[in-house]
Design a protein around this ligand. Structure first.
Ligand SMILES: Nc1ncnc2c1ncn2[C@@H]1O[C@H](COP(=O)(O)OP(=O)(O)O)[C@@H](O)[C@H]1O
Ligand SMILES: [Mg+2]
Length: 373
């Protein structure tokens, strides 16, 4: 096992800059997730660490060793891709053993290793089958098994669950987490799925357009997103963004006023008259007169907002409501109790928990409030 360190990595394809100045250090044994929308450079970063891609500039270290000129097969990393890429003519056991045979590992050890790995992934009963006799989920387990069997210093996983159906994806995700807990191998996991990022990661690296937006523990990024992109990317339904003008009276949102708390006023004194974006998560909005589903104190400061219901989505344990500010295209998503089922077109009076309000710079998207602590 080993740490992984990237220093100012950049990758250009002709005139397209795929990744720009990426630096981070993953301590030995941690599970990090690179997350961001499609095209933000996740696979390029992973492939560069694997040695399948060459950085235009910058340094990559595994452990304390500079890897820039070390060929892929000598980097002691194992990579798993979205499309399982198993050898079709080999059995499951042969697929798992492949990397070990290549390294001329003692056949006795190989045999033991196949069994241990197969057990840990619950695929012992499939060892004699060929890939085409397996379901997608089973094939992906074999691909994981092939990577695990090698006992590499570092695991690199590129959207390994994206081809699985929802239930299997959730199950395999949990298994992966347990597997990492047991093996403790440094893992870098790439996904566009914020749920996978939140649930799996020790640390998340949020990327957009080839740049790091924020690095941190999942819950700390969720609670304190550095900017609007991170705020709206993590969380489902996503954080609501309300365009507003900051005035002496508070935030003017299409004519409705959301008062500013004393602490917001203090922080935004220089911004009067300016356009800003307000952020509020669906779980921090409630319908006036309805009991809240999230815990809040009675003494909290709240603001009121009138919206028009657009779509009602009952989920059994709760209801998601997509609404909009009247006469505007501005969407407001909220979560409420299962029994609350308004009709499209209804007007609702909402309460917003002001202690949970975010303010972002309209142009840069950077968080203005709450200030860094
Ligand atoms: N071999 C390549 N040639 C040219 N452009 C590429 C190549 N590989 C990736 N890119 C570009 O680099 C950017 C990042 O791609 P990628 O790392 O695959 O993103 P992600 O995995 O986050 O979806 C994209 O704009 C993509 O089109
Ligand atoms: Mg990719």
């Amino acid at each position: 096992m080993a740490s992984v360190r990237l220093e100012n990595i950049k990758r250009k394809f002709h005139n397209v800059t795929a990744i720009e100045d990426i630096s981070f250090e993953i301590p030995d044994g941690e599970f990090w997730v690179l997350v961001g929308p499609s095209g933000c450079g996740k696979s390029t970063i992973l492939r560069t660490i694997a040695g399948l891609e060459t950085a235009t500039s910058g340094q990559i270290y595994i452990g304390n060793e500079l890897m820039n000129d070390v060929p892929a097969r000598k980097r002691d990393v194992a990579m798993v891709f979205q499309n399982y890429a198993l050898y079709p003519h080999m059995t499951v056991a042969e697929n798992i053993a492949f990397g070990l045979r290549m390294r001329k590992v003692d056949p006795k050890i190989i045999k033991e290793r196949i069994l241990t790995v197969a057990r840990s992934l619950s695929i012992e009963h499939l060892l004699e089958r060929k890939p085409k006799q397996l379901s997608g989920g089973q094939q992906q387990r074999v691909a994981l098994g092939r990577a695990i069997a090698r006992q590499p210093q570092v695991f690199l996983l590129d959207e390994p669950l994206s081809n699985l159906d929802a239930q299997l994806r959730d199950d395999t995700r949990a298994e992966l987490k347990q597997l990492h807990h047991n093996l403790g191998i440094t893992t870098i996991y790439v996904t566009h799925d914020q749920v996978e990022a939140m649930t799996l990661a020790d640390k998340i690296v949020v990327l957009e357009k080839g740049r790091i937006q924020q690095i941190g523990e999942p819950l700390s990024i969720y609670a304190k997103p550095a900017n609007r992109m991170v705020a709206t990317f993590l969380g489902s339904p996503p954080m609501n963004v309300l365009p507003a003008r900051y005035t002496a009276a508070g935030f003017d949102v299409t004519g409705q006023i959301i008062p500013a708390t004393a602490s917001i006023k203090y922080k935004l004194q220089a911004r009067e008259g300016q356009a800003v974006d307000l952020g509020i998560r669906p779980e921090h909005i409630y319908i006036a007169g309805e009991p809240q589903i999230t815990q809040s104190t009675q003494t909290q400061e709240t603001a009121q907002l009138v919206v028009e219901v657009k779509v009602v989505e009952p989920l059994g344990k709760e209801t998601l409501i997509r609404a909009a500010l009247p006469d505007s295209g501005i969407t407001v998503n909220l979560q409420t109790n299962a029994g609350v089922l308004p009709y499209p077109g209804d007007r609702l009076l909402l309460g917003l928990d002001l202690s949970k309000l975010f303010v972002f710079d309209k142009n840069t998207g950077n968080r203005l409030y709450p200030p860094p602590s």
